[in-house]
Design a binder for this molecule. Structure first.
Ligand SMILES: [Cu+2]
Length: 463
């Protein structure tokens, strides 16, 4: 009997999904997991070890950080930094695969797809993706040690994200636009640096937009960071906000729409770096709670068997305890610091940077219009179901068993969306009031002042 703490029946049909994780599966009815041979029908804990640990492991050391990876907003990168990043991303697509795929990039896509049901709409979403980003960043640094993963602050101009030409531009230094609706393959990326990429699963890298939703912007995200008292409240809502970005940018049939394929789109990594930044910020503002890791997960996914998570849980797909990932910048291989976006008053007001002396034209424009944004229409409950039906390919791993959103996942999403909607409308109301009572004030200054008072209140409540 294999020794794993949480039980799930191993069906031999799924042996291939072990293989894709790098597990040694010579006999489809047996797998070597942590040096023990597990037979079909054994009960095992689904968080298993790859056979070649060095492959998927970042350099986990007990040491403190000697230096930091300063992760900057994409728009703050110089042209040469952007080009170095893009070159490194292309390089990861040439790094050898560890499991007979085309490249290490495919390995990364595949591992995410393989554990999809375990790491979304769950508390483990946060540590899992933090670790994943670090793996990607390590791969980038194998190509070019000077490259650091950038982030895309989608909350800054959530009301008009596509106007951001530094990201959504057509040139070789940008991430490209959507596919060409008039072509036979209307979602295939035809511009930007990922132009004509194909994925391991055989289809083109694709992007489309769903323009009838609105991305949660700073008016929701920073109040969420400052006012959420518990890990579970914060992560539930922040993951819901992250979902909307996938849904908006992926559009129907785009890679970001299908969570299991989303890492094919290079936007994934800069989007997720921003997501990780919100977590790091939450941890920064809630001292003493950095190691808080709470909530429940349905095991197996889709069942009603709720299991309480704990710091000693292993990340699905890797033999790495959640506890290793809890600090973004304190060692154990995690030495990332997020530099606030220079154009964002909100980002600076929640960091320890001094407030900008002069409001920038850009953020003034953006933050003014965001007050008119309608509420987000929630993502549909059919989301994620689509991947089984809409495309003629079989992603590796859990494809056969992949499910739509279970009722508990949906509930988690809806609760998160409700929190975000409330915070955002509260913030906008407070801002409107402040601007009415102080007509000389700029929107940017009002923004700053409200966040400062939320921050002060959070500090008081901690005491
Ligand atoms: Cu994911």
């Amino acid at each position: 009997m294999c020794r794993f703490r949480r039980s799930e029946q191993w069906d031999s049909v799924e042996a291939n999904s072990f293989k894709c994780l790098g597990l040694n599966v010579k006999d489809p009815n047996k797998a070597i997991i942590d040096q023990e041979v597990c037979q079909s029908g054994d009960t095992f804990y689904q968080y298993f070890l790859p056979t070649q640990p060095s492959v998927f492991y970042p350099t986990l050391t007990q040491s403190k950080c000697k230096s930091y990876n300063y992760r900057k907003e994409w728009r703050d990168l110089t042209v040469s930094e952007r080009m170095a990043y893009i070159k490194a991303v292309q390089g990861v697509r040439s790094l050898p695969s560890t499991a007979g795929r085309r490249s290490y990039f495919d390995d990364l896509v595949s591992i995410h797809a393989s554990v999809i049901d375990y790491i979304h709409q769950t508390p483990s979403f946060w540590p899992w993706h933090r670790y994943y980003l670090r793996l990607f960043e390590e791969a980038l640094q194998q190509i070019d040690p000077s490259v650091v993963l950038p982030y895309w602050d989608w909350g800054f101009d959530g009301d008009a994200p596509l106007a951001n030409e530094d990201i959504f531009g057509k040139g070789s230094g940008q991430f490209g636009t959507r596919g060409d609706p008039n072509s036979p393959y209307p979602t295939c990326l035809k511009d930007g640096f990922a132009k004509d990429w194909t994925s391991y699963f055989g289809q083109c890298s694709s992007r489309n937009y769903t323009l009838d939703v609105v991305i949660y912007d700073d008016s929701a995200m920073y109040p969420l960071v400052l006012t959420s008292q518990y890990y579970d409240n914060f992560t539930k809502a922040a993951e819901a906000a992250h979902n909307v970005v996938h849904y908006y940018m992926g559009g129907v049939q785009g890679d970001l729409y299908f969570i299991d394929l989303s890492t094919n789109d290079p936007l994934f990594f800069v989007h997720h770096a921003n997501v990780d930044r919100y977590w790091a910020l939450w941890q920064y503002h809630h001292k003493g709670k950095e190691d808080e890791y709470t909530g429940t997960v349905d095991l197996p996914p889709g069942s009603n068997n709720q299991v309480t998570v704990q710091l000693s849980d292993l990340l699905p797909g890797w033999n790495v305890p959640v506890s290793y990932t809890m600090r973004a910048d304190q060692g154990n291989g995690f030495c990332a610091k997020y530099v606030p976006y220079s154009q964002s008053t909100s980002a600076q007001s929640v960091s320890d940077q001094p407030p900008p002396t002069k409001p920038s034209k850009r953020s003034r424009r953006s933050q003014k219009t965001s007050s008119d944004s309608p509420h987000v229409s929630p993502i549909p409950s059919s989301w994620q179901m689509m991947s089984q039906f809409a495309k003629g390919y079989q992603p590796e791993g859990k494809a056969e068993t992949m499910m739509g959103l279970s009722s508990s996942m949906l509930q988690r999403i809806r609760e998160g969306e409700a929190v975000l909607d409330e915070l955002s409308s509260g913030f906008k109301e407070a801002r409107a009031k402040l601007l009415e009572s102080s007509p000389e004030m700029t929107t940017e200054a009002a923004h700053f002042s409200i966040l400062a008072s939320l921050r002060a209140k959070a500090v008081r409540e901690r005491k």
